[in-house]
Write a protein that binds this ligand. Structure first.
Ligand SMILES: C[S@@+](CC[C@H](N)C(=O)[O-])C[C@H]1O[C@@H](n2cnc3c(N)ncnc32)[C@H](O)[C@@H]1O
Length: 289
């Protein structure tokens, strides 16, 4: 079977599949993005020897393999664009303002927990590990640092777990960092073992509040460049979940092109122009209009 034997997706089939995807993950595909789903799933239908999308949605929702197929589908339809040191000005706010304050505040417990939610192939949590590593220097051995990267795409997390990257992933990485924290071989960059050991990866769907609860309270949450794929209802849900999972003096970082203005009852923004970062409102205080 070849992709030409798969019948084009009708508008009704698209609507049905888009709703299934939204209900499961919060990812909102408007009709203008129909071509993305179609181009990414046609080959899957060929693999499954299916000729149309009605068969596929039935397989996805009713068959004995449904949860495996959801995983397979999310591996294919998610957009995993990322890089090391993405948006450096924002990371400078993390490194120079937020992190030193938190390290001071946690100096008695010497425990710091950082969650990179929707981390794709791992560049973001590894970048945060490098920043924590170079900030603490020899003091690192006295600290219990936990950095967790999560994503809905198992395929992206497999790349993260390998810790090997192409030059494209390194495009925003300063030379000094490349030399200090990576080994290059034939265009493949391998992350330093010490940095790799600071980060753990887990499959997690941002719709799953219970799983987030199980991971406990975080001092820092990075959730960048995924809320652009969510509608307001899903954003509200995710921001509410972060409010439950962030320490009262913790910080939430979002992507520079995202905003949570209309869905946020829990956070106030911090006064760093390049930071795109928020702190939980104190109990009993409501957000200024
Ligand atoms: C564009 S990447 C952003 C990666 C990284 N945070 C960054 O800013 O460079 C978006 C990621 O969000 C993930 N994603 C989409 N919906 C998700 C959901 N409901 N739960 C968890 N991850 C999700 C995708 O799999 C993808 O890897």
């Amino acid at each position: 079977m070849s992709s030409s034997s798969v019948r084009p997706m009708s508008d009704a089939q698209f609507k049905k599949l888009a709703k299934i995807i939204y209900d499961r993950s919060g990812i909102h595909f408007p009709e203008t993005k129909k071509y993305i789903i179609e181009s990414r799933l046609t080959h899957r239908l060929v693999e499954l020897e299916m000729e149309d999308y009605d068969q596929y949605t039935a397989f996805l929702t009713m068959g004995p393999y449904q949860s495996d197929e959801f995983q397979e589908m999310f591996n294919r339809i998610t957009i995993n664009e990322t890089s090391f040191f993405r948006n450096e000005p924002q990371l400078t706010v993390f490194e120079r303002q937020v992190l030193p304050e938190l390290l001071e505040a946690r100096s008695s417990t010497k425990r710091l927990r950082v969650w990179s939610a929707a981390c794709s192939t791992g560049e973001e949590p590894f970048t945060l590990a490098i920043i924590v590593h170079r900030t603490l220097g020899v003091r690192l051995k006295d600290w219990n640092i936990e950095i967790m990267g999560t994503d809905i795409s198992e395929r992206a997390l497999n790349v993260a777990n390998k810790g090997e990257y192409s030059s494209y992933a390194m495009r925003s990485t300063p030379e000094l960092v490349k030399n200090r924290y990576f080994k290059e071989n034939n265009g493949l960059w391998t992350i330093d073992e010490q940095i790799r050991s600071m980060v753990t990866f887990e499959l997690h769907n941002l719709k799953d509040r219970l799983a987030a609860k199980r991971h406990g309270i975080w001092d820092v949450i990075f959730c960048r460049n995924v809320m652009i794929y969510f509608d307001d209802e899903m954003k509200k849900r995710v921001v509410g979940m972060f409010a439950d999972q962030l320490a009262p003096d913790g910080t939430l970082f979002i992507g520079h092109s995202e905003n949570i203005r209309d869905v946020n009852d829990h956070f106030e923004s911090l006064p760093y122009t390049q930071g795109f970062c928020y702190r939980p409102l104190k109990a009993g205080v409501s957000k200024a209009a």
